[in-house]
Structure formats: structure tokens, C-alpha cells
Design a protein around this ligand. Structure first.
Ligand code: SAM
Length: 448
């Protein structure tokens, strides 16, 4: 058994870690993980006080709380059966001093150590008052968080291929040379590093979403709030649909959805999900710059979540979207906010301790790659000034109906406190006034 108790959420790339541990397991061996679920609402004052009194801190790891997230991790890497159990535990403190002493024995001390003496004293005084709400009939203080346990069993024929891996790091970890742990396919850049592409990242991306990504789920919620609410029977296109997260949400709301993406592997993931749980979604491998096998005027709406920023040639993309939309049809898209997500933008702290975004190179319309080895944007993104997005839309006979710079929800704000200062996302809803020719009759059933 490999056991990782209350630590998986502290790792930068939990999927990669589990992918490594599984090679330590014998066939039939088990992987056990634990993390927290609900943290007991009576103690919410702690986060509120820390948010006010402690300086903002980067999260220690990628996070992974709650049953669905914890289940998704081994499911996407270890295979075999995964059992999840949730239990509420009872942590008892004799009094406020015992609680205070315990705060210095684990990760929480990171925030305490960064407070100056006044803030620390204010935190302790306010906590000693708030903590009284957690005193129970026995006179002690009780913290009753949920603990989630996930236990995954490997299948009997688990990694029987024992050929040595070509990579020395993998070889040291005794990983066999299976296709999945070969370096991703792709060209090499000047430094000889393998160049990441959507095809080489597809499995990683699909696993990341399966494991539950709060920031990605939030972007989906943002886009869903701005599509028409009455979708019943409407033919919609999910442009750059990836593994189909948005397409599935739209189909569940009654739309007849087509998903198009350039990555064959991601379309493969999307189709497998559709086969497991059919929603009537049609997936196609295709290029958003042409949408060559979709007829004119065939969709009532197009949604594109965080995909247009990955596509070269904005003119071609908006031109193709305008062509496949019916007159009056809408396009709702999100992109990393062009003003604050410029190439290699970073973070600083103001003299009064607030996070601040450091931005430059705004005017350079350019393709760039993040150097964050765990980030989605290592695949590369197109940075375009805000005016380029809006003027290109206008040039293709769209009117801008709504612009949203959403505030993060509670989960995203907790993970990335700086995101409460400047928007990370831009959403645009535009309506097409392109007078498309009548839809051609040969297009499949649901796009009419
Ligand atoms: C960040 S992912 C977003 C996927 C999906 N919309 C989501 O929310 O999970 C960007 C997607 O754009 C796709 N993409 C990039 N260039 C494309 C193009 N020219 N035509 C179609 N899809 C493209 C990529 O393959 C990738 O799946």
C-alpha cells in the first residue's frame, strides 16, 4: 500500500505524484489518500480573520478537497476500483489556549509567522471570542471537519512490463517503458526541451478536469450564466470544446450541441464521456479558423470557453463563427483577461500588503508560453489587446451585447487571493448581424 494522509493537496501536481507512486505498487496493491471535506461551518471565522489580518499567501499546493476531487485523482491514474468514504471526525480542545498551541504545530503557522505582532495579537484576541461559538455541552471546544478517504486498488495485471525506462529519473523510480511515460510528442524548442502541444497535453488536461479544478469550473459557471437561459432544442456549437465540459453542461440544459476541437485526443476523451453518459452531443475534430464541415447559418449560438486565446488568426475564427451562426445568433466567449494576463505577467505586494498584478508587453500581439510546468498555458496562448478582440468582432458584423469581468467565487478567491484585486477573466457576449444565406439542408439532424 502507498498511503498519503492529509498531504495530497499540498503537492503542486498531485496527478504526477500519483502517476509515480503507482509504479511502487505491486499488482493488486492499494493507494490510500485522505483529505478534508466540509471544514465545519462554525469555524468559518478563522478564514475570515486570517483573510483580514494575515498577508495573502500563495496556496501551498494544487489543493484537492472534497469527495469528488479525491476520487478523481486515483481514478484518472491508477485505474482499478476506487472507494470513497466520508467521516466527520471530532477534534477536541480543552480550551482556547490548547487550540492556540495547536495552530503552531501544522501548516497554519505559515500565516501566523507572517503577521506582525499587532496583527497576531488582534487575531488571537478575536479568535478567543469567536471560538466560544464552538463550545459544546461538555464544556470543551469541538472542531468536527469531514475527512474524505479514497482507496484505490490496482488491477491484477498492474504494470507487468518491466523494460527499463529510457529516462534516468523514471528508471530510478523503476517505471517500465510504457507509451504513457514517454516524453510527449512535439517539436523541440531551442533549448532542446520538448515543445508542449494540445495533443501532448490532452491526457493531462482531461485528468486535471476529471480530478476537479475549481478555477476551471468557475469559468464554466461564468460562461453558462451568459448564454441564453432557454436552450431547449437550440443548435449550439462549443468551439474549442476540449474534453467537452461546457458541451455537456449545455446539452444538460436541453441544447442540441456540436463540439469542435483541433485535438483528436481531446475529442476522443469527449466521445468516451458521451459513450458513457449519452447526451446527444456530436463531436468533430475541426479547425475553428474554417469550421469547414459546418454549413452556413446552422447554429443559434456559439460558446467558447478559454479556447479563442489558443487559436491563431482571430479574423479567421470570428469570420468562421459569423458564417455558421444564424443572423441574430450569439457568440459568448471567455479569454484570460487581456489587460492583466499579458505574457509573463506576475505578482507583487503593495506597501500595505495587498497583492498587485505586474503587467507589461500589453501592446505586443504575440504567442507566448508560460514557464509554469504545471500550468495549462505552457501549451502557449495568443495575447491580444482588448481592442483587437472588440474591433475584430465589430469587423465581422457583431455587436457587443455584454462584457463581464467576473469576480472570483469563494473557492477561487481562497486559492488565489490576488484574483480578488484584478479580474483574471474577460467574457464577451456578441450578437451576429451577418446576413447568412439560408441553412443548407444536408447538415445533420440537430443543426437545422
Ligand atoms: C484551454 S482548452 C479549453 C477547452 C474547453 N473549452 C474547456 O473549457 O475545457 C483550449 C482548447 O482549444 C483547442 N484549440 C486550439 N486551437 C484550435 C483551433 N484552431 N480549432 C479548434 N480548437 C482549437 C485546443 O485543442 C483545446 O482543446
Amino acid at each position: 500500500m502507498v498511503c498519503c494522509a492529509s498531504a495530497i493537496y499540498l503537492l503542486g501536481d498531485p496527478l504526477a505524484a500519483i502517476g509515480g507512486w503507482r509504479w511502487l505498487l505491486r499488482p493488486g496493491g492499494r493507494l490510500a489518500l485522505s483529505a478534508f471535506g466540509d471544514l465545519d461551518g462554525r469555524w468559518a471565522w478563522k478564514q475570515e480573520l486570517l483573510g483580514r489580518l494575515a498577508p495573502p499567501l500563495d496556496p501551498l499546493g494544487a489543493g484537492c478537497d472534497g469527495p469528488a476531487a479525491l476520487e478523481g485523482l486515483p481514478r484518472s491514474t491508477v485505474a482499478g476500483a476506487v472507494t470513497v468514504q466520508v467521516e466527520r471526525v471530532d477534534v477536541v480542545y480543552a480550551d482556547a489556549r490548547a487550540w492556540w498551541a495547536e495552530q503552531w504545530t501544522h501548516g497554519e503557522r505559515r500565516a501566523l509567522e507572517r503577521m506582525d505582532s499587532r496583527a497576531l495579537a488582534a487575531y488571537q484576541a478575536a479568535a478567543f471570542i469567536a471560538i466560544e461559538g464552538c463550545r459544546e455541552a461538555d464544556g470543551a471546544l469541538h472542531w468536527r471537519p469531514e475527512v474524505v478517504y479514497a482507496i484505490a486498488s490496482t488491477w491484477p495485471g498492474h504494470h507487468q512490463d518491466r523494460r527499463p525506462h529510457p529516462d534516468p529519473v523514471c528508471r530510478a523510480a523503476r517505471r517500465p517503458a510504457t507509451a504513457e511515460c514517454r516524453p510527449p510528442a512535439g517539436r523541440r524548442d531551442d533549448a532542446g526541451m520538448s515543445e508542449v502541444t494540445w495533443e501532448s497535453m490532452a491526457d493531462w488536461y482531461a485528468a486535471k478536469l476529471a480530478a476537479g479544478s475549481p478555477i476551471h469550473q468557475w469559468t464554466v459557471n461564468v460562461i453558462l450564466a451568459e448564454v441564453d437561459q432557454d436552450l431547449d432544442g437550440r443548435p449550439l456549437l462549443d468551439l474549442g470544446c476540449g474534453e467537452g465540459l461546457v458541451a455537456r453542461e449545455l446539452a444538460q440544459r436541453g441544447a442540441q450541441v456540436t463540439g469542435v476541437d483541433l485535438s483528436e485526443l481531446l475529442i476522443g476523451h469527449a466521445r468516451r464521456q458521451e459513450a458513457r453518459r449519452p447526451l446527444g452531443i456530436h463531436y468533430r475534430v475541426g479547425d475553428a479558423r474554417t469550421l469547414s464541415d459546418l454549413p452556413d447559418g446552422s447554429f443559434a449560438g456559439v460558446a467558447a470557453n478559454l479556447s479563442i486565446n489558443d487559436m491563431p488568426d482571430l479574423h479567421a475564427v470570428f469570420g468562421a463563427v459569423s458564417r455558421v451562426l444564424r443572423p441574430g445568433g450569439w457568440l459568448v466567449f471567455t479569454v484570460p483577461h487581456p489587460c492583466f494576463e499579458t505574457p509573463h505577467a506576475g505578482w507583487a505586494t503593495t506597501p500595505d500588503g495587498r497583492p498587485a498584478r505586474l503587467v507589461n508587453a500589453y501592446f505586443d500581439e504575440t504567442f507566448w508560453r508560460s514557464t509554469n510546468p504545471q500550468g495549462v498555458r505552457r501549451v502557449g496562448v495568443w495575447h491580444r489587446p482588448l481592442a483587437t478582440y472588440l474591433n475584430t468582432l465589430i469587423g465581422h458584423q457583431f455587436t457587443v451585447a455584454r462584457v463581464v469581468e467576473p469576480r472570483p467565487d469563494a473557492a477561487v478567491a481562497t486559492l488565489h487571493p490576488g484574483r480578488t484585486e484584478v479580474p483574471v477573466l474577460l467574457l464577451v457576449r456578441a450578437v451576429s448581424h451577418h446576413a447568412a444565406p439560408p441553412a443548407t439542408p444536408q447538415y445533420p439532424d440537430h443543426a437545422q
